[in-house]
Structure formats: structure tokens, C-alpha cells
Design a protein around this ligand. Structure first.
Ligand code: GUN
Length: 294
């Protein structure tokens, strides 16, 4: 068993982005600028956005957070997005999800200018990604791809089973792994709440992507000997034993699954750290306009 170490890969990639940012600043006199919009007081969202901002600062980006109360009107939010779309000093714009129920996330996503959509959620980016054209790739799937690439893991012809079909992770990673690329060329099965015999599907997988949001959903008996296990779960539970007051659990029962697997990501210290790197990469590419020049 070997660990796909998010700490190692993310710190390597972060330094790379930092160096490129300094060069970009020397060449252009400006720094990539990411804006995050945060609505309401969700504790997890607050933590994620703070961490994104801290990492932006570390690599030398400008960053700002726009905060709104839970009861902001949808139109007010959309009009702020339109204003930021026009702001030439902003390269990347994300709206942290989930949003309050009265706001339609589809409208929000489609209002963001696709050239600033560093989350890669806009239908134009998703369509371009599916066609293997340059686009912003959603951060979590992009982070997983970067990790597989970094460790030189050969995915060609392997059977990948994705657990969970969310717009943010399950659906885009299934597209990426099926593409004619490396990493890619997998035979992908996308499983979800209506899948029959989900355990049997997972058992057949050479690569498991667990993105269902349920603590320790993937158990030892569901995993084939020698599988590659990617755990996307970040399930927060209150704990008085940690500084933050929370303990994180993956979607995979790491202790029992790890000895059976060839490669596995831990939680914390795995995919979560890579997600931020992918967002930084997308923002730097947006500033360089690297994505849409081609
Ligand atoms: N909520 C959970 N993951 C994400 C993400 O990647 N981007 C945004 N905007 N919100 C999220």
C-alpha cells in the first residue's frame, strides 16, 4: 500500500504556482486576483473560503471575499456577479456552494462569465471539458487528476467506479477519466442512489472514486485487492479532541481499506488539499488567459 500524499503534491505544486506568479508579476506588473462570494454563515463554507484566501495570499495573488447575509435577494447577488464580470482587475470569481434555498445555483453559475469561472461549473466549461478542449476543470476533479499524474499512475484501460454523481465531483471526474488522455482512458461506471447492488459495482473497480458524502461508506469487503482508492469525502463531526472543534472523516474506512489497496488517499491530507491547488492553477491560467487563447 502506498499513500497518495496530498501534502507532498500540494506543497510541490504550490511552490510552482508561487514561482510562476512572481514571474507573471515581473512581466506584467499585476497579480492574479480571485474573488469569492460567500452567502450566509455555513461553518464549513467559511472554513473553505478562508483557506482559499490564505492560499491565494501565500502564492502572491490578490484575493477578496464578498460576504452577504443569508437572506440576500437572488437579483442582488446576480447583479454583483455581473459587476465583477466587468471588472478588469478580477481574473477569477467563485460563489461558494451550497447557497440558501431561495437562490437558484444554476442561475448563479450561468451568470458568471465563463472566462472567470475558475470553479469550472459553467456549462461552456463543462462542454469544452467533455470535448477535450482547453477549459477550466472543476477544482476537485482537477486535483485528483494532478495527483494521479504526479505519482505516474497508469489508468489506461482500467475500470473506474465513481460513487456519487454531484455536479462538483462525481459527474465531472467520470467525464475526465473516460477521456482519451492520460490520466484517462478508463471504463467508467458512475454510481448513485438508484444504482442496484452498488457494493458489487465497487468490488469490480480497479479505481474507486468515493464522492458520496457519507462517513466510511466504502468498506473493506467492497474493495478489490490492489485497487486505487481516491477518497473525496470531507465529513465533519464535532470533536473536543481537536483544535478546530471538528474531526474529518472520509467516505472510505481508511484503516481497514488501506492494507488491501495499491494506492490510497488519506482524509485529511489527501484530495482536499489538491482542490485548493487546482483553484489556484485555474486562477493563474485565467490571469494569463492561458485557457482561452488556444
Ligand atoms: N462547495 C464545495 N466545493 C466547492 C467548490 O469546489 N466550489 C464552490 N464554489 N463551492 C463548493
Amino acid at each position: 500500500m502506498q499513500i497518495l500524499d496530498g501534502k507532498e503534491v500540494s506543497s510541490y505544486k504550490k511552490e510552482e504556482i508561487k514561482r510562476e506568479t512572481e514571474k507573471f508579476f515581473k512581466d506584467t506588473g499585476r497579480r492574479p486576483h480571485l474573488v469569492a462570494i460567500l452567502v450566509g454563515n455555513d461553518g464549513a463554507s467559511e472554513t473553505y473560503v478562508n483557506s482559499k484566501m490564505k492560499n491565494c495570499k501565500y502564492v502572491g495573488f490578490e484575493s477578496s471575499t464578498v460576504r452577504y447575509e443569508e437572506d440576500i435577494r437572488e437579483e442582488e447577488l446576480l447583479s454583483k456577479i455581473r459587476e465583477i464580470n466587468k471588472d478588469e482587475n478580477v481574473d477569477g470569481l467563485i460563489v461558494q456552494l451550497p447557497l440558501p434555498k431561495h437562490i437558484d445555483p444554476e442561475k448563479v453559475t450561468e451568470t458568471i462569465d465563463y472566462r472567470k469561472d475558475v470553479d469550472g461549473f459553467h456549462p461552456i466549461n463543462l462542454g469544452r471539458m467533455q470535448r477535450n478542449l482547453p477549459s477550466f476543470i472543476p477544482a476537485t476533479p482537477y486535483g485528483i487528476i494532478m495527483m494521479l499524474e504526479h505519482y505516474g499512475i497508469d489508468t489506461q484501460g482500467k475500470k473506474a467506479v465513481v460513487v456519487g454523481r454531484s455536479n462538483i465531483v462525481g459527474s465531472p471526474i467520470s467525464i475526465l477519466l473516460a477521456r482519451n488522455a492520460q490520466p484517462g482512458n478508463c471504463t467508467v461506471t458512475l454510481t448513485h442512489s438508484r444504482t442496484k447492488n452498488i457494493e458489487e459495482e465497487i468490488k469490480r473497480a480497479d479505481i474507486i472514486i468515493a464522492a458520496i458524502g457519507k462517513k466510511h461508506f466504502v468498506k473493506e469487503e467492497m474493495v478489490k485487492e490492489g485497487a486505487i482508492v481516491i477518497d473525496v469525502g470531507i465529513n465533519r463531526e464535532k470533536s473536543d479532541k481537536t483544535k478546530s472543534g471538528y474531526k474529518l472523516y472520509g467516505d472510505v474506512d481508511f484503516e481497514r481499506v488501506a492494507p488491501k489497496s495499491d494506492w490510497i488517499t488519506p482524509v485529511p491530507g489527501g484530495v482536499g488539499l489538491m482542490t485548493i491547488i487546482a483553484l489556484l492553477r485555474n486562477t493563474l491560467d485565467a490571469a494569463k488567459k492561458a485557457v482561452y487563447q488556444k
